[in-house]
Design a protein around this ligand. Structure first.
Ligand code: SAH
Length: 227
């Protein structure tokens, strides 16, 4: 899988992609993440990428021309499954959408800034708009990092233990059960007996029960889906 990220602040993402699971997936050749500096497509000497909003009001808007030139250049090199714009008014990101996107070959992600990007870029090029939650951040880089991390950890071979991602919260519309590690007794706080029993079937049953309990308690909205 290849993920290209268009950003005017690549430095914000470089650190993120040089650590962790993402880095391992990249080193293992499973995933390639490529940062494209929008500034390189900026106009004139000052490499301008933003301008005043038509109609007035506070806040700049990211101009069409640098974005279009940048997107066109990438599109000439490969076919994208999706051209994604990170935006608070997009589809709310969830596990199902991540699962689906993890099957893609090529993704292009656009990070906005200021008041956002010129609407005409969205109309002409963007195939998917994604929000990471009902709050506004100052740029699309953190949302793009969230999306990329959530997708990459689902790519087979990216994580140490592939099956692990499948047992995380939301994979079956349930929250994950509690987890424990050594020691089995920490100053009198004990690990549930069943987990030490070695009885795999019982352990699975216990985990499922706890997942149900937790979902019912904390996320009645998800719980309704499982009924
Ligand atoms: N004026 C816009 C917000 C712009 S915020 C509005 O009210 O909808 C600047 C940029 O940050 C956006 O273009 C987008 O790329 C990114 N961004 C901010 N919050 C986000 C969120 N919740 N999800 C995804 N991207 C977000």
């Amino acid at each position: 899988m290849r993920i290209d990220i268009v950003t005017c602040l690549p430095g914000l993402l470089e650190g993120f992609f040089s650590e962790s699971i993402v880095k391992r997936a990249m080193d293992g050749g499973k995933v390639e993440v490529n940062l494209i500096n929008l500034r390189d497509y900026g106009l004139g000497k000052s490499k301008q990428i933003d301008d005043y909003a038509f109609g007035g009001g506070a806040g700049m808007v990211m101009m069409m021309e640098p974005l279009v030139n940048c997107i066109e250049e990438q599109r000439a090199k490969r076919i994208y499954d999706e051209i994604i714009y990170m935006s608070p008014d997009g589809e709310l990101l969830d596990q199902k959408a991540c699962n689906q996107m993890s099957l893609a070959q090529n993704l292009l992600i656009i990070c906005g800034h200021y008041k956002g990007i010129d609407e005409r870029v969205r109309e002409a090029y963007v195939t998917k708009e994604i929000s990471i939650g009902d709050y506004v951040l100052s740029g699309g880089e953190i949302p793009a990092a969230v999306l990329t991390d959530a997708i990459i950890r689902l790519v087979p071979g990216a994580m140490n233990d592939e099956t692990s991602a499948l047992s995380d919260s939301f994979q079956d519309d349930l929250l994950a059960p509690p987890v424990y590690t050594r020691p089995a007794d920490f100053n009198g706080q004990k690990v549930p007996e069943v987990l030490l029993s070695g009885n795999f079937k019982k352990i699975e049953e216990w985990r499922h029960e706890k997942a149900l309990e937790r979902t019912k308690e904390r996320r009645p909205d998800l719980w309704k889906k499982t009924l």
